[in-house]
Design a protein around this ligand. Structure first.
Ligand code: SDX
Length: 474
């Protein structure tokens, strides 16, 4: 089977039509006028009103992506998410996020070849499989796997490369050396481009790692995350990992390595659309977490590890799995009204709804809903999930939608799509990480170009004690 990237769209016009119909519906219900206060360059310091959880805070400027929360639109590198889903693919979108522009043919071919080469991580898989992956939280396994990708001591780990005192403002002077040098693939060694000139990096390290610039590590992580995730899924379902297929796309390989079956063109296309939809989303918790770690000039593998940790939470990336559990608990479309009434009475949050930024329908849900319906046509169990979801959505939009602008978010329909694609429930969040690694790494690269360590303040309300009472008197 010779699946060329361009053929991704040839046999799946009906998917493209569904996406363009969703785009048309969005334009009927809202407009994509950008919010001027969030799309015009400003001089620092910036005036902004900040609420709990840094709500409203502006962390940086970016050209990578824009979330129009008021109107419900999403843009990557200037392109509307509907157009990217209709006409592009995950590899091309990853290039766009990382480089700020679309690739030409030769650049795209080279980028895909680099992604393909970075899939070859036998040492890392062997090291990860030394842990009880079958029993662990899959996101914990993914963090181990990501750490194992960075196997060799980097020049930053070695004492002589530690920032010198006068240069290292706020550096944690007692950073712990890695006491047991690990071995591994050459390309697992990574250092920030920006750090090279600042500290006394030995010339020899520079030559050997010039090919390990930020971009190579990003490609390594984007590609390897899919291999690690698929391997974790196989092990958790009592199978052995499957080697990636040299002729399949990123999306098709993810499904193939997870299920052992080469996906149909429609399955591949919908997986690819889901990867595009989850690739980037502004300063969400996991992206911000990865950037905070990167801002200390820790390395990119540690930073992505922080992103995985944050994404695990049920208020963030963990919601997609909770949604399917919730829909199964409701059981049928007829039960949705009564179930919802009880949750509302208890002021419980409904998984898959609401968003810190979107106060309109999440454009990603606009695309995932019809794709879920399309896939569920031939799947009785998924059909019931979809119909239950639609029934519940109607109830929520009529109440919370009107009262508090709470609408379905990306996690509401993604689990139904993944169920139809044969992805186990407990792997939905790792699949989210597979896609989001593109956004995490792109924003890290962009931020450290003009790096400033993230260090917000807290209001202290703890009072002051002036006289210390010895223990024996307390
Ligand atoms: C993702 O940031 C991103 O971009 C994230 C993400 C990405 O791509 O990276 O889009 C991915 O994380 C999507 C969100 C997935 N999480 C869920 O579906 C979990 C359920 N959603 C909620 O927990 C909540 O909506 C959040 C966490 C997503 C947003 O929470 P906020 O902005 O902190 O809102 P809040 O908790 O302050 O709620 C404001 C009001 C409250 O009511 P009042 O106290 O004012 O009366 O809205 C209510 C909340 O009770 N509310 C909900 C609700 N979400 C908010 N009520 C019922 N169900 C909900 N889901």
């Amino acid at each position: 089977m010779n699946v060329e990237k361009d053929s991704l769209h040839q046999e799946t016009h009906e998917i493209t039509d569904l996406i363009l119909a969703a785009k048309e519906k969005a334009y009927q219900e809202t407009d994509d006028t950008p919010e001027p206060e969030l799309t015009q360059s400003v001089g620092w310091p910036v005036e902004c009103t900040v609420g709990p959880g840094l709500e409203g805070a502006i962390a940086c400027e970016t050209k990578i992506g824009y979330v129009n929360g008021g109107k419900g639109w999403l843009v990557y590198g200037g392109y509307n998410i509907f157009d990217l889903c209709a006409y592009s693919n995950y590899e091309e979108v990853s290039f766009l996020l990382l480089n700020g522009r679309m690739p030409n043919k030769s650049e795209f071919t080279e980028f895909k070849q680099k992604l393909m080469a970075a899939r070859h991580i036998p040492n890392t898989l062997r090291l990860m499989m030394g842990f009880p992956v079958q029993d662990m939280n899959p996101m914990a396994s993914l963090r181990i796997g990501t750490n194992m990708l960075r196997q060799r001591l980097t020049w930053r780990d070695m004492a002589k490369a530690k920032p010198s005192e006068e240069l290292a403002v706020e550096t944690d002077a007692d950073a712990i050396d890695m006491d047991i040098p690990q071995s591994g693939q050459d390309h697992a060694t990574y250092e920030f481009k920006r750090g090279h000139g600042q500290f006394n990096k030995p010339a020899s390290a520079r030559e050997s790692q010039d090919d390990a610039e930020g971009m190579d590590a990003c490609i390594h992580l984007i590609s390897a995350m899919s291999v690690l995730t698929a391997a974790i899924s196989r092990i958790r379902s009592d199978h052995i990992p499957i080697e990636w297929h040299p002729e399949l796309s990123h999306a098709a390989n993810l499904l193939y390595m997870m299920t052992g079956r080469i996906p149909t063109p429609v399955e591949e296309r919908i997986m690819d659309v889901a990867l595009i939809l989850h690739a980037d989303h502004g300063m969400n918790a996991s992206t911000f977490a990865s950037m905070v770690v990167a801002s200390t000039l820790s390395d990119i593998y540690f930073s992505v590890g922080a992103g995985i940790a944050a994404l695990n939470g049920p208020l963030h990336g963990g919601a997609n799995e909770m949604v399917v559990k919730m829909l199964k608990e409701i059981g049928s479309p007829d039960n949705a009204k009564a179930w919802y009434a009880e949750k509302r009475a208890n002021k419980e949050k409904i998984m898959g709804f609401g968003h810190r930024v979107y106060k309109a329908y999440d454009p990603r849900a606009r695309i995932l809903a019809p794709l879920a319906e399309y896939l569920a046509r031939d799947n009785v169990q998924a059909r019931k999930l979809y119909e239950t979801a639609k029934s519940l959505e109607g109830e929520v939009i009529e109440t919370l939608g009107k009262d508090k602008k709470i609408f379905p978010n990306v996690d509401y329909y993604s689990g139904i799509v993944y169920t139809c694609l044969g992805i186990p429930d407990d792997m939905f969040t790792p699949v989210f990480a597979v896609s989001r690694t593109a956004g995490w790494t792109a924003r890290i690269l962009e931020y450290i170009e003009n790096n400033r360590i993230f260090r917000p303040r807290a209001i202290y309300t703890g009072g002051f004690v002036t006289d210390y009472t010895p223990l024996e008197q307390r």
